[in-house]
Design a binder for this molecule. Structure first.
Ligand SMILES: [Zn+2]
Ligand SMILES: [Zn+2]
Length: 481
């Protein structure tokens, strides 16, 4: 009964939510610069009677909207940042930029933030009608791309006091996530040397670029001696200039260090620092270690994920028009052989019978099936700042098909489909599934107790320590997914 009412409310307000998603698609603001997108979401929250608080934890574009009182307190996480350089004409079936170099919503966060808001609005109606105690909080989480906004919010205690958190991510197929993801640190190593004429007086120069190269070489040797799941990537973000006849006085290399657990990342980070200092010694340069951001590994919660899965199953995938299917077909076929990757990845976690069922969808342009519930969980070698929320309260996320089968992440194909019927229907479906799972928890608080017990068991006595050091301010450098 409660659930039907919530789903009807989501349908009733769908037009406004879809307009907001399209508007945020048009704003396409990158990490920590999401002023216009924040306004769209906050205006909607205020209109719906939520109490809005902006600038959380010292992050200008972090905010929350609260409705209700008492326990349980359930949060919905929304993202809304875009990616640089991904501007794209909506609906085009080939790469077509209108504003060269401008940002675009290549990760579908225009849908992500608005669907979570839609779920929160549905729950507000539920709390009003049922007169049950309980609070719903919508969290506006900026700077997911390369910025780990939620980790900064978590450091400020924003997620403390939550009983559960729900979120989702757009994708090419629908499933409840029970896997984990890697914790990471992003650190800039800045080398300061001495400039000189490389031909006339090389003996007077001390090369910062040499130091960068030696550091990278040292890290190559380190890779054999870390846990096998660790990932250490780098980009030389400043080579010191374009002139080989100058000894470069300044150079900078940006590292992204990942491992399954925060403690492992911390340990590798300390060893990478020693290598950087060693490189500085070797070249008689100076190194400055600049911590950019960090995020925690994801502690997925199977109790709540199962509820998400059940609601996704109960609702069933949306129906698509011939026009929507034509867009999906065109995009999917254009991707080439790699378009089966997500399907094959899901099939790997299935038993023999399920595997056959999943692989039977091979060749479809738009996946409408719900992947079997995976009680083990697929380990993602990427990272998400949802991880930092998941150390604070039981957290679950769904992936919902909002784009054509095989659509690559962070691509023009995501942007082009971002305002289509595929996106709109997927985001409403995601909103309903999340709201349905939340109703399950308000109706039956034992689910939350069970989820909390699972979380404690997974943490094995560990508690949350935000990986970001004191004084580190949020900023966006590069992309880290
Ligand atoms: Zn992304
Ligand atoms: Zn994303």
């Amino acid at each position: 009964m409660g659930k039907q009412m919530v789903w009807e409310e989501i349908d009733r307000k769908a037009a406004e939510i879809l307009d907001a998603s399209d508007e945020i698609w048009g704003c396409a603001e990158t990490a920590f610069a999401e002023e216009k997108s924040v306004k769209v979401l906050c205006d909607l929250l205020r209109k719906e009677g939520f109490e809005v608080e902006e600038g959380l934890a010292g992050v200008a574009t972090a905010f929350k909207g609260t409705f209700g009182s008492g326990k349980p307190v359930i949060g919905f996480l929304g993202e809304f940042d875009a990616l640089s350089g991904l501007d794209q004409e909506a609906g085009a079936t080939e790469k077509k930029q209108i504003h060269a170099g401008a940002p675009g919503h290549g990760c579908g966060h225009n849908m992500l933030g608005t669907a979570s808001l839609s779920a929160a609005i549905g729950i507000k109606r539920y709390l009003e009608e049922s007169k049950k105690p309980g609070t719903v909080v919508y969290f506006g989480c900026p700077g997911e791309e390369g910025g780990s906004g939620k980790a900064f919010m978590a450091k400020g205690g924003v997620f403390a006091g939550l009983d559960a958190a729900l979120t989702w991510h757009p994708g090419d197929l629908t499933r409840a996530d029970t896997g984990s993801s890697l914790a990471n640190y992003q650190v800039a190593y800045k080398f300061y040397g001495t400039s000189a004429h490389a031909g006339g007086a090389p003996h007077l120069g001390r090369s910062a670029l040499d130091a960068c190269e030696l550091m990278n070489m040292g890290v190559q040797f380190l890779r054999e001696h870390v846990v096998p799941e660790a990932r250490i990537h780098y980009a030389i973000t400043n080579t010191g200039g374009y002139s080989p006849n100058v000894v470069q006085p300044y150079a900078e290399v940006l590292y992204l260090i990942r491992a399954p657990k925060n403690k492992q990342v911390e340990e590798i980070y300390r060893r990478v620092n020693k290598i950087a200092e060693g490189a500085a010694h070797m070249t008689e340069t100076r190194v400055e270690i600049d911590f950019v951001k960090g995020c925690s590994n994801l502690i997925s919660n199977k109790v709540i994920a199962k509820r998400l899965w059940e609601n996704l199953t109960e609702l069933g995938a949306p129906e698509y028009t011939a026009e929507e299917m034509e867009l999906a077909r065109s995009i999917s076929e254009g991707v080439g052989d790699s378009r089966f990757e997500s399907l094959e990845k899901v099939a790997k976690s299935c038993n023999k019978e399920q595997k056959k069922e999943v692989l039977a969808h091979k060749g479809e342009s738009m996946y409408r099936f719900i992947a079997p519930f995976d009680s083990v969980g697929i380990m993602s070698f990427g990272s998400t700042d949802v991880g930092d929320v998941s150390w604070n309260c039981p957290t679950a996320q769904a992936y919902v098909a909002t784009w054509a089968a095989g659509t690559p992440g962070h691509s023009w194909q995501v942007v082009t489909q971002g305002k289509s019927g595929l996106a709109h229907k997927g985001l409403i479906y995601a909103a309903k599934a999340m709201a349905g799972a939340a109703v399950d928890m308000y109706e039956n608080p034992a689910v939350i107790e069970e989820a909390k017990a699972e979380m404690l068991e997974t943490l094995e006595g560990d508690t949350y320590h935000c990986p970001i050091p004191d004084g580190c301010k949020p900023r966006a450098i590069g992309m880290t997914k």
